[in-house]
Design a protein around this ligand. Structure first.
Ligand code: GDP
Length: 387
């Protein structure tokens, strides 16, 4: 890199791990001065200089400040290193201060992102990745930035250059098919529990959450407010909401709870209708089921209390015992099947924002027969690429 380029690209450091105590912290240094700066803050046990180190190999040594602190260093690029040290905030602060003394400024995570992907869908993907709450979603987003979108843009530009409109149209439609899924890469799916009082909704919420989140009580009408809990089922982020037990009578407080419940059912991506199969199915159950169906058709019927004898008359559903934790794996599979019936390949580009979806729609229109509009297609494609 020339001296002129050096002036434009300062060397910066980033603390890549969260600002909280942890076993390990990762500090990366990138830019023309990265290797020289690393030599001044890190001493390899074999006294090898960073420039002599092989790429992507890990070298053990000590930090010079705090003196003697054990650390490992890895050259991750021609002008990039990562130092992995103990995760105590004091150690990290001392290392960053030592780098500052070398004129290496600490930069924000956003600046790091801008460096990795200056614009377009790849940048959006990395930004979302910072907020991903599960490993599979973070992995998907990482591949969006590194593989899926760069690949898609290359293919789309090739199709445009060859005036291959059917191909370009297909490419846009393939991405659009994942719109619903992509909306939930970071935003959790809303899964709402509905049931008559005492069906076992709160017990089920606690079983799925893995801890006692909602009050469980044999007295009917205990849950009146909406109780929410974020969970990850099969790596998919979800927000579970336990709602008031439905009944046609009840005091005004209970009816208010049921009104809130109705609103939740309506907005849900999926309603788990929890039925107590140890009590005979009756007219009030039928009324309850109709009340839920009137709000939402995306239902999964769950026949709870399968540890007790079945009383009969219930519609078919997934058999579980929330109390004895039986059938929960099958329930989890059924929930995932409803919400995420298929999972994208890592190389599949996804519409990461509403704007992507809008531009892709425009691309579909611009490339549609009988008269594809080459100029409109080119404009849309460049808008998509530049973000
Ligand atoms: P909710 O009103 O629908 O939230 O019901 P709760 O979760 O508060 O449960 C009501 C009662 O049913 C409590 O006494 C629970 O212990 C009991 N219960 C819940 N699930 C089961 C189950 O799978 N088997 C049995 N035997 N009892 C259960």
């Amino acid at each position: 890199m020339s001296a002129a380029e050096d002036r434009h690209e300062p060397t910066c450091c980033w603390v890549l791990t969260p600002p909280a105590p942890g076993a390990v912290a990762v500090v990366c240094i990138e830019g023309p001065q990265a290797l020289a700066a690393a030599d001044r803050v890190f001493q390899h046990v074999g006294r090898r200089r960073v420039v002599q180190m092989a790429m992507d190999r890990v070298y053990f040594g000590h930090l010079r400040k705090p003196q003697g602190e054990e650390a490992v260093l890895c050259r991750t690029g021609p002008q990039a290193v990562e130092i992995h040290c103990h995760g105590g905030p004091q150690v990290v602060q001392a290392l960053v201060a030592a780098l500052k003394q070398q004129g290496i400024a600490p930069a924000s995570p956003e600046q790091w992102l801008r460096k990795q992907a200056p614009c377009g869908p790849a940048r959006e993907a990395l930004q979302w990745m910072l907020q991903a709450t599960t490993e599979p979603m973070a992995r998907l987003l990482w591949h969006q930035a590194q593989l899926a979108w760069p690949r898609w843009l290359t293919q789309a530009r090739q199709a445009l250059a060859q005036s291959d409109w059917p191909r370009l149209n297909d490419l846009a439609q393939e991405v659009l098919a994942w719109e619903q899924f992509a909306r939930h890469l970071v935003e959790p799916w809303q899964v709402v529990l509905a049931g008559r009082p005492n069906a076992g909704k709160s017990t089920l919420l606690n079983a799925l959450a893995g801890f006692q989140r909602a009050v469980v009580h044999a007295r009917p009408g205990t849950t009146r407010d909406v109780v929410q809990q974020s969970v990850a089922l099969g790596g998919v982020p979800m927000r579970l909401s336990d709602t008031a037990g439905w009944r046609s009578s009840g005091d005004s407080l209970e009816q208010e709870g049921i009104r809130l419940a109705r609103r939740q059912w309506q907005q849900a991506d999926l309603v788990l209708v929890v039925l107590d199969r140890s009590r005979r199915w009756g007219a009030e159950d039928e009324r309850f089921l109709q009340a839920v169906q009137a709000q939402n058709q995306r239902l999964l019927l769950v026949r709870n209390k399968c540890d007790l004898p079945a009383a009969g008359g219930h519609p078919p559903g997934v058999e579980i015992s929330a109390l004895a934790r039986q059938g929960l794996d099958e329930l989890q599979r059924a929930i995932l099947h409803h919400l995420v019936p298929r999972w994208p390949e890592l190389h599949q580009a996804l519409p990461l924002t509403p704007q992507h979806a809008q531009l892709l729609q425009q691309l579909v229109q611009a490339t549609a027969p009988p008269r594809p509009d080459a100029r409109a297609a080119a404009t849309v494609l460049e808008r998509l690429a530049s973000g």
